[in-house]
Design a protein around this ligand. Structure first.
Ligand code: ADP
Ligand code: MG
Length: 282
């Protein structure tokens, strides 16, 4: 086990057993993956490719059928360490309403550290600090159900931060949000990564969110199909399409222009890069 890794999966497999016919189905099939401390990793893949199953292994919500998962060096199958793992690697889910447990924002954020047995005065500090980090401090006495989706997800992130994690895993946290809610949540996730050095593993369907990552992993049929920087991954336009995934719109435009014989770079991710390339052509 290498101690620069926040998460390490060694030949991970996971099978679900159908409760009726007892048939086994591999949701994860031999995945090797290392996530470095401080990294911002995005996982892409179409529905059913095994992303959520993978995510749940990263904080011991699921344990491997085969292979190993280490979270900050701790073997996830060591049952005496499950709470230790969950305090180091927190998880945010898709539906903000399913994650709220209290009727006041600050009580909701206090729930995690309370469960960890943190002393009350320390909880007070952590709640205030976490709500400030996600820009929700002024809403601390509000009722969560009156907040917008983006605000609820930021409260959910604050609840994780209050446990002082080293890593946060977010499983499609923006899927139910409108564009402005999506933007505020992504900005919060990036701040938490860049300013506080917390490792981020973000599962998303939005390619513009993936462009922001240090590295992207593409899953297909329970396996890692493609891996690299956003430029490396998105330059594989035809393979991405074959897997059933999109690439950013400007990347696709560059790809189509190349197909028409125009000599343009194949790893364009932003509008500015596209403008520079087009101006170079004339
Ligand atoms: P994704 O998050 O990429 O959509 P999942 O990890 O949810 O993929 O699912 C991977 C595969 O495992 C799918 O084929 C799915 O049908 C199956 N699966 C997921 N959860 C269960 C479950 N609780 N019981 C049986 N099969 C499941
Ligand atoms: Mg999923």
């Amino acid at each position: 086990m290498n101690n620069v890794n926040m998460i390490q999966c060694d030949n991970l497999t996971y099978k679900y057993v159908n409760s009726e016919d007892k048939l086994e189905k591999y949701a994860i099939n031999g995945v090797n993956l290392e996530v470095k401390k401080g990294e911002f990793l995005v996982i892409l893949g179409h529905n059913g490719s095994g992303k959520s199953t993978m995510a749940k292994h990263m904080n011991a919500l699921l344990l491997p059928s085969g292979g190993k998962v280490y979270v900050d060096g701790i073997d996830s199958s060591d049952l005496s360490k499950t709470w230790e793992i969950r305090s180091r690697a927190g998880m945010v889910f898709q539906n903000p309403d399913n994650q709220i447990v209290a009727t006041i924002v600050e009580e909701d954020v206090a729930f995690g550290p309370e469960n960890l047995g943190v002393p009350p005065e320390e909880i007070r500090n952590r709640v205030d600090e976490s709500l400030k980090k996600v820009g929700m401090y002024e809403y601390r006495r509000h009722a969560p159900h009156l907040l917008s989706g983006g605000q609820k997800q930021r409260v959910a992130i604050a609840g994780i931060l209050a446990m002082r994690p080293k890593c946060i895993i977010l499983d499609e946290p923006t899927a139910m949000l409108d564009p402005s809610g999506r933007k505020e949540v992504i900005r919060t996730i990036k701040d938490v990564n860049k300013e506080y050095g917390i490792t981020i593993i973000l599962i998303t369907h939005y390619m513009e969110e993936a462009v922001e990552a240090d590295r992207i992993v593409v899953m297909d049929e329970g396996k890692v199909k493609l891996e690299g920087t956003p430029k490396e991954v998105f330059s594989n336009v035809s393979l991405m399409k074959k897997i059933g995934l999109d690439v950013p719109q400007v990347t696709e435009l560059a790809y189509e222009l190349r197909n028409c014989g125009i000599n343009i770079k194949n790893d364009i991710l932003t509008i500015n890069e596209m403008v520079d390339e087009l101006c170079r052509l004339k």
